[in-house]
Design a protein around this ligand. Structure first.
Ligand SMILES: [Fe+2]
Length: 454
């Protein structure tokens, strides 16, 4: 068993936290039946729920699917912990200053929407307090759709944990590294990496490099999984071996902690008289994981035309309609553009699915300006969008040579349900009210007297 972090107890001071971050150990694979123990002998052999677990530990199961879900997609993890999760105080509803994370929203808007990056706060704000909800599709109460949050944090969550019962959280740092302390171990995520926290798993976010800013997709539907590869074959896109899951580690602490729960779009707070990160051993396939987007093997055209962006799917949350995702996460990373006699940037389109886009670094090949790292855009179902006027002009007139797209990572959350903006998204000063103007210079160029093959 992996036990490199076996007896570490606290991560309070910076020196200790940095040392732990540098020594992190991971298990590889996606959706494996992982097994890990921080103390040798803590993990039961041959059964899940012994009469007396070793070392006086309590056994507790965390489900990721219903008990009777088919074996191939059934998700659950058994934890062996110092205290069971039922040891918690009474919850009280937290009122926030803005409508962040609240279910108040407005109807889907027919226009394309875009935002400048949110500035980092100049006051101490942790990850949970620094979350603002931009848009919501579906409803966590019906296990449908996804929410999009932006976060900007400047301080650690100190003796404070978060649990999201509404959905799993796919976290994409755009600036600064995150150290994610979870019940099942600790992992880091820096820009160009993503991390996924399963629904219902307690975690805290520390900032080993200082302030951090980024994006969160809160998936209310079935847990993200790897897409089928079909005719691509056995390997390609995101490969299973490149996903990393932490090993067990625990804090044996009697210090009081605050636990924030997100339930039904509302935030609730309770107190614990101990650290919730007290799982000494665990086994199962509900687990947090991270992925380096630079490991993504892009598949594209080596002849002509611009394929649909579904070729960039890293993770998918299927719906009950085959081929129509509850949510897809797509990443556009380093790749060659070689298609001949082709308009290479993303084409003009109106999509039945609703799209959220973010930019981690560099420049997106559909926009000459206005969409910068940390920024965001939403194009709801059938909202026309595509290359801006300057990108169109350049791509139409350029001499086509093989071209490598480097230093740019854009990503997309795509959902079959309309994205409704929150009041915060509508009112924030970062909203670009003139986004539509980026297409205004697309002049009529039709000339019916010219030869059709010009
Ligand atoms: Fe699009």
């Amino acid at each position: 068993m992996n036990s490199k972090l076996s007896v570490e107890r606290e991560v309070r001071d910076t020196a200790t936290r940095t040392r732990l971050t540098n020594e992190l150990t991971y298990q590889t694979g996606f959706g494996n039946e992982f097994s890990t123990e921080a103390i040798s002998g803590a993990l039961p052999i041959g059964q899940n729920n012994p009469q007396k677990p070793a070392f006086g530990l309590y056994a507790e199961q965390l489900s990721g699917t219903s008990f009777t879900t088919a074996r191939a997609t059934n998700l659950r993890t058994w934890m062996y912990r110092i205290r069971p999760s039922v040891l918690q105080g009474t919850y009280r509803l937290i009122r926030k200053d803005s409508n962040a994370l609240a279910p108040l929203d407005v109807a889907p808007l027919p226009e394309a929407q875009r935002w400048n990056p949110q500035p980092l706060p100049d006051t101490p704000v942790d990850f949970v307090d620094g979350l603002n909800t931009l848009a919501i599709s579906g409803d966590p109460a019906t296990l449908s759709g996804a929410a999009v949050h932006l976060y900007a944090a400047t301080i650690d969550m100190d003796r404070k944990a978060f649990v999201n019962t509404d959905g799993e959280m796919l976290i994409i740092p755009q600036q600064g590294t995150l150290c994610l302390i979870t019940e099942l171990g600790m992992l880091t995520a820096k820009p160009r990496e993503i991390a996924v926290i399963p629904r219902g798993l307690k975690f805290a976010v520390h900032l080993p490099d200082g302030p951090s800013r980024g994006y969160v997709c809160e998936n209310h539907g079935s847990a993200f999984r790897l897409p089928d590869l079909g005719l691509i074959g056995a390997s390609g896109l995101a490969n299973r071996r490149d996903f990393l899951t932490p090993v067990a580690r625990f804090e044996d602490s009697d210090a009081a902690h605050e636990l924030i729960a997100k339930t039904g779009g509302q935030l609730w707070s309770t107190t614990l008289d101990h650290s919730p990160f007290d799982v000494v051993a665990w086994h199962g396939n509900v687990a947090p994981y991270k992925y380096d987007l630079d490991r993504f093997q892009s598949i594209g055209s080596i002849s002509f035309d611009h394929p649909d962006p579904s070729i960039y799917t890293v993770l998918t949350s299927p719906s009950d309609t085959p081929g129509t995702a509850n949510a897809d996460f797509c990443a556009l990373t380093t790749r060659w553009a070689v298609a001949e006699h082709t308009f290479r940037p993303p084409y003009f389109h109106r999509n039945v699915m609703s799209e959220f886009m973010g930019l981690i670094c560099g420049a997106h090949d559909a926009k000459a300006g206005g969409f910068v790292p940390g920024g965001a855009s939403i194009h709801n179902a059938f909202t026309p969008h595509g290359p801006d006027a300057e990108t169109y002009r350049r791509a139409r007139d350029t001499t086509l040579e093989p071209h490598k797209i480097t230093e740019s990572i854009a990503f997309m959350f795509e959902t079959r349900l309309p994205l409704r903006l929150t009041a915060w998204a509508v009112q924030t000063p970062q909203r670009q009210h003139d986004y539509q103007q980026c297409w205004s210079a697309l002049a009529k160029q039709f000339d019916g007297d010219r030869h059709a093959t010009e």
